[in-house]
Design a protein around this ligand. Structure first.
Ligand code: HEM
Length: 183
């Protein structure tokens, strides 16, 4: 398999690469930023729905035990940042770091990804209250997709880093990770 340009994008350049792909316009950023107050009024309901589901599921509830209040607060902040109006390298970097926290606690990536529907649902309801709902919805979809990409990136980068270290060769690690049968 030939080398790919995306394989050469590393570290901080990944943040820019991810954000550049969203092609968010200044108007989209502004329209989302104007929704912060509306978002504040709906965030508690979103957090209730999110942890209502996670606490009822055995395999996810064991990660929450004793930490629910703290986790509710951090999710609240994370969600409200979607409406901060500024989306740049620092925005992606902060969210990637949050993704890494989930890697470190041994949480399978399927769980954060499977919870995105709640994030998407509430975000779309908020975007629908904009004076410019079509622009807000389009912008929101971009940020939701970006978060899915960021969660995946946190897990993939960690796996690649460890495999590359074991093998002493990142390209070989990448090639191995593309083989379905491990050969
Ligand atoms: C859309 C999906 C999710 C989002 C946006 C999210 C958001 C966050 C945020 C913002 C933090 C704080 C990170 C930090 O300390 O810097 C966090 C930590 C954490 N999350 Fe999530 N999370 C998601 C999914 C999940 C799921 C499915 C679980 C499974 C139960 C989970 C369990 C945890 C745990 C255990 C912590 C660490 C709590 C602690 O010890 O402080 N998260 N999450």
């Amino acid at each position: 398999m030939e080398e790919r340009k995306s394989w050469l994008i590393k570290d901080d350049a990944i943040l820019k690469d991810l954000f550049d792909l969203t092609k968010m316009s200044d108007e989209e950023k502004k329209v989302l930023g104007e929704l912060k107050n509306v978002a504040e009024t709906m965030t508690t309901d979103m957090v209730d729905a999110f942890y209502g589901r996670l606490t009822k599921h055995d395999a996810t509830s064991e990660f929450i035990n004793g930490k629910l209040e703290k986790m509710r607060e951090t999710l609240r902040e994370w969600f409200l940042d979607l409406f901060q109006g500024v989306y740049d390298k620092d925005y992606v970097s902060k969210r990637l770091q949050i993704g890494r926290v989930h890697v470190k606690i041994g949480l399978p990536v399927r769980y954060p990804l499977a919870m995105m529907d709640i994030i998407i649902d509430y975000g779309q309801r908020i975007a629908g209250k904009s004076d410019k709902p079509e622009i807000a919805l389009q912008a929101y979809r971009k940020l939701a997709a970006l978060d899915i990409a960021i969660f995946n990136q946190a897990y993939e980068s960690t796996q690649l880093k460890h495999l590359a270290k074991m093998l002493g060769n990142e390209m070989l690690a990448r090639r191995i990770l593309t083989q379905e049968d491990g050969e």
